[in-house]
Ligand binder design. Structure first.
Ligand code: NAD
Length: 369
């Protein structure tokens, strides 16, 4: 069976890091290890230059019919003044919305070879492997009313509304529990039930779901502020953390810093399971942006892009063994001392995007035997 993979490299370093992963995809195809049918299209500023929109209807059609979308990065100063609806980020937001991607998975893995790049002490982060599951399409970023109004006395008042329904909490909870079952079987759910009604409901719904469908998984609850503190005090206590859109946004950035560099961090955004096929719409992307400051110079670290592809192998294609190979190859390249500039210690030699990519691919080939 062939898997349909849509590549959207985007802008800046997006095409550079995607180019490395494409070489791996092509090699996998050639060996018959996995059969991919790949298509490539434009997104972000590149799509604006060609079509005057941040993502074309044709690219959207391809994304909707793909088994998975692999996304590079979008944006850059060149497009700072384009119409708001056509700004590069609008392409990503449209993809998230139309594919119904409500679950954002952000692993924070600290490779032993890079533990010294973290702002925390080595023993706190070495070997860290946690995932934050953030609700992505609800909560205070989307709730209505959302407005700034002028009051009778001339003062202004701003309102954002935090809203969650049982259904929204249950579906993100399920993603977290299912994920934990494939990992270390522990979920930490986080909200602010002490001061927010949405937190009370979140806590009740997750507890009930756990009791009803996932009693085999260990569940604990932590208030979001306390969890922020615990993340920097003793992060290895966690396995899967599930939380809402706002807290997830902040906590996943905190977790990101535990691992050292933006160039290392992959992510996945998943939609609902199609009851007839069991498949989910999915988009995989590095956490970093288009890094215009280093674009076109061979300086970009492709590891986050490789890590995102490994997540696609695992979550969209059920190829856990192949995903392990890619992740192991990343770890081995780092163990050999290979560093792109962003993760090199002062005075240490840095390799190019292509050298890092080629080493990872060669290591996958060796590991695959
Ligand atoms: N999902 C996305 O596509 C996404 C996410 C964030 C920012 N952006 C856009 O990217 C552009 C630049 O934003 P920014 O500078 O705030 O964030 P950024 O992530 O692009 O860069 C931040 C810093 O990290 C470095 N960096 C990032 N990725 C790297 C990699 N793979 N290897 C080596 N170094 C890396 C950059 O050189 C820069 O110094 C903006 O237009 C922004 O809107 C896009």
């Amino acid at each position: 069976m062939a898997f349909n993979l849509l590549l959207l490299p985007g802008d800046g370093i997006g095409p550079e890091v995607m180019g490395e992963v494409k070489k791996l995809v092509d090699w996998m195809n050639k060996t018959g290890m996995v059969k991919f049918e790949t298509e490539t299209d434009l997104v972000g500023g590149a799509a604006f230059d060609a079509h005057k929109v941040a993502v074309s209807e044709d690219a959207m059609k391809k994304a909707l019919s793909a088994d998975a979308v692999l996304f590079g990065a979008v944006g850059g100063p060149k497009w700072d003044n384009v119409p708001y609806d056509a700004r590069p980020e609008a392409g990503l937001l449209r993809l998230r919305k139309d594919l119904g991607l409500f679950a954002n998975l952000r692993p924070a893995i600290c490779y032993p070879a890079l533990a010294d790049a973290s702002s925390l002490k080595r023993d706190l982060v070495e070997g860290l492997d946690i995932v934050i599951v953030r609700e992505l399409t609800g909560g205070v970023y989307f709730g209505e009313p959302k407005e700034i109004v002028t009051l009778e006395n001339g003062e202004k008042r701003a309102v954002d509304t935090q809203v969650y329904t049982t259904h929204e909490i249950e579906r993100i909870g399920r993603v977290a529990f299912e994920l934990a079952r494939k990992r270390n079987n522990k979920v930490t759910s986080s909200e602010k039930r002490n001061v927010m009604k949405s937190g009370v409901l979140w806590n009740q719904v997750i507890s009930a779901l756990h009791k009803r469908e996932y009693p085999d998984v260990t569940l604990e609850h932590q208030l979001a502020d306390a969890l922020g503190m615990q993340l920097v005090r003793y992060p290895k206590q966690f396995d899967v953390i599930v939380t809402d859109n706002l807290f997830g946004d902040m906590l996943s950035d905190v977790a990101a810093m535990l691992t050292g560099s933006l160039g290392m961090l992959p992510s996945a955004s998943l939609g609902a399971e199609d009851p007839s096929t069991g498949k989910r719409k999915a988009l995989y992307e590095p956490v970093h942006g288009s890094a215009p400051d280093i674009a076109g110079r061979g300086l970009a670290n492709p590891i986050a892009m490789f890590g995102s592809f490994a997540m696609a192998l695992r979550y969209s294609f059920g190829l856990g063994k192949e995903a392990d190979l890619v992740e192991k190859a990343i770890s081995m390249a780092l163990d050999q001392g290979l560093r792109t500039k962003d993760i090199a210690a002062p005075g240490q030699n840095a390799v190019s995007t292509t050298e890092m990519g080629d080493t990872i691919i060669k290591t996958v080939q060796k590991l695959a035997g």
